[in-house]
Every structure is written in C-alpha cells, then in structure tokens.
Design a protein around this ligand. Structure first.
Ligand SMILES: NC(=O)c1ccc[n+]([C@@H]2O[C@H](COP(=O)([O-])OP(=O)(O)OC[C@H]3O[C@@H](n4cnc5c(N)ncnc54)[C@H](OP(=O)(O)O)[C@@H]3O)[C@@H](O)[C@H]2O)c1
Length: 316
C-alpha cells in the first residue's frame, strides 16, 4: 500500500526490537510495515524475521553511514543500544549520537528512543551514598542513555523518549533468577529491601513502542515511562514460588553486598537497584501502569508472564 508507513527497528533480532517487529507483523491492517536492522542478514534470527514478513536490512550502530542507508524511506525508527555487549558508557553515547544523526540525515518523522534516567540528576557525583563508577557515572548503563537524550533534540529529530523497566526476562537470561542456597531451597536475591521494582515482560516494551508509533505526532517530544507491574522482592518471590510449585524465599541483601558479588556489571547493577529502592516513588510514578496498558492492551502482569515463561527459568 502506498500509504504504509515503514518503521525501521534497531535491535530487531533482540528483546526490545524483536517485540516491536512482532507487534507490527501481528497487525497487518495497521498501516505499518517493518524493516528489521541487523548486522548479519544471514543469521538464523534475521532469516526467521524475513520469513515472518519483515524486510531485513543490514546496519550497524557503530557505522553511521550504514544506519542512514538503513533508515532511508522509513517513516519511523526505534532506537535501542546494547550496553551489555560492551559495558562502555562512552561507546553507548557515541552510538546514540550516530543514531540521531542518521535519523536526521534520513528524514525520519518519528523516532522512539529507548532510554533511562540519568541518575546523576538524583544522586550527583558528590553524593557518596553509592560509589562513582568509571570516573563519572553512578549507574553507567542508565546515565549514558539519559545523558544522550539531547542528541535527538539537538538534531531536531521528532522523538518520543521511552523509559523502560527491569525485564522479568532477566530471571531467564541475565542470571538473576532464583538460586538454590546451601539448604537446597530457592531464593531470589535482590537488594531492594521492601521497595517495589518496576518490571515488565521484554516483549511488552516493543508492543508499547508500537502503540506510540500508532498514536503518531501527538507523542513527539513526550517522555513515556512503561512497566507491567511494580512489585516488591517478597511479592516476586511469592509469585515465582506459586508458578514454580516450590517455595522461593526473598533474600534481601544490601546494595553494597550486591556490588561486591564481583560478576561483570555487579557494581553498576548494585547502584541501579539502590537507585530503584531509594527513589521508589519517583521511579514507579514515572511508569504508570495504566499508561502502558493504554498503549498496549495486551500488557502482561508478572503472573501472566510467569505462566508463559516459568519453564524457561534455569533453577540449577
Ligand atoms: N535487561 C533489562 O532489564 C533492561 C531493562 C531496560 C533497558 N535495558 C537495556 O536494553 C538494551 C539492550 O536491548 P535488548 O535487551 O533488546 O538487546 P538484546 O536482546 O541483547 O539484543 C540485541 C540485538 O542488538 C543487535 N546489536 C548488537 N550490537 C549491534 C550493533 N553494533 N549494531 C546493530 N545491532 C546490534 C543484535 O542484533 P544482530 O546480531 O542481529 O545485529 C542483537 O540481537 C541495553 O542497552 C540495556 O541497558 C535492559
């Protein structure tokens, strides 16, 4: 159809972008077509997207020219960065600058940028409640995203700023699921005290982004926070226990203890959880559930996500 609007999607073979690709493909009468951007059009995941009906195009966020080419003719574009592939806030910042410049060069009419808070607005570097990391960050993978918002406004790209939440999928892929303790019982270890964590099914981020593209111009310039549910550690452990059919204890450690776990990114995540915990009212308030549901009526609760995904959570 001549008036079909193409949405170009970075991270299309991944969690957020993949959710958006599937949301667009699931709505063939919606007036949108999807262009999946990948570094390797021959990968199994890229080929699966092509078979499902997506246009698949090569592009690398570290190569601005390849991006501008990939966005040509697109009405909209979804931008996500890949912090955990390189752990470098400077590289992430450079990638966002390239994305914004490429979007401008291609004349993209609506960008959705998957961002997070620059936590230094709440916890300046002089505040020693949590350590400063990598010289100038509190939560590097948040701060670099929030700090980069201006690239889109500087370039004059019509942009919606999407504040995402903790993926429940981290219990499957990110090593954060319940683990067996010395007593053989499962425990969910999080440094959240009795505060609520804004969580979401990763798939729902893309579905919410599709809702933003469908609303169109009215969403440009807006910051939209999304979550599927705000739950305490105790509530998540109870829901996990119910779904898994065995007791899951909530093991509330301190942020300092979490930072000392020593795995790559432990300090960054320890600071992140401390930020969630100490600014609970701000963080959850910025992610109203009704707003996410209005963008994505299929928004899942944690119990719904668990019902569909419990068997994928590694318990060994
Ligand atoms: N985990 C959480 O709870 C959470 C919550 C909020 C925000 N986030 C943020 O989400 C971001 C990651 O998004 P995600 O989970 O959707 O990623 P993901 O599932 O890890 O997928 C990443 C995809 O991005 C593509 N990619 C990687 N490097 C690329 C490059 N240089 N150029 C082009 N494409 C590249 C890869 O596709 P190809 O191999 O096909 O090129 C890959 O399939 C991170 O920045 C993280 O901070 C995570």
């Amino acid at each position: 159809m001549a008036d079909t609007k193409i949405i170009a999607v970075t991270g299309a073979t991944g969690a957020q972008g993949g959710g958006l690709v599937r949301a667009i493909l699931a709505d063939p009468g919606g007036g949108f077509a999807v262009r999946a951007i990948t570094r390797d059009v021959q990968s199994d995941k890229a080929k699966a997207l092509a078979r499902a009906g997506a246009e698949v195009v090569a592009g690398n966020v570290d190569d601005e020219a390849s991006l501008a080419k990939a966005f040509t003719g697109a009405h909209g574009a979804y931008f996500v960065t890949f912090f955990w592939d390189h752990f470098s806030p400077e590289r992430e910042t450079a990638e966002v600058r390239s994305m914004a410049r490429a979007a401008k060069a291609a004349g993209v009419k609506h960008a959705v940028w998957s961002t997070l808070e620059d936590t230094r607005r709440w916890v300046p570097l002089t505040d020693d409640r949590m350590p400063t990391l990598m010289g100038k960050y509190k939560v590097p993978h948040f701060d670099a995203k929030g700090e980069s918002n201006h690239f889109f406004t500087d370039e004059g790209v019509p942009t919606t700023f999407l504040l995402t939440s903790f993926y429940w999928d981290n219990f499957i892929h990110f090593g954060m699921g319940p683990k067996k303790g010395p007593d053989g019982k499962l425990a969910l270890t999080l440094p959240m005290g009795d505060k609520r964590l804004s969580g979401i099914a990763a798939e729902d981020i893309g579905r919410c982004a599709y809702g933003i593209f469908k609303r169109g111009a009215e969403m440009v310039g807006k910051t939209v926070g999304i979550a599927g549910e705000h739950l305490t550690g105790r509530e998540m452990a109870a829901a996990l226990g119910k779904a898994l059919g065995q007791e899951v204890r909530y093991n509330a450690v301190t942020p300092a203890a979490f930072r000392a776990f020593g795995f790559p990114g432990a300090e960054d995540l320890g600071n992140m959880f401390q930020f969630y915990m100490e600014f609970e009212d701000y963080f959850t308030g910025a992610r109203p559930l009704a707003g996410a549901r209005s963008l994505n009526p299929a928004l899942q609760s944690f119990a719904q996500w668990l019902a569909a995904n419990k068997d994928r959570i590694p318990l060994a």
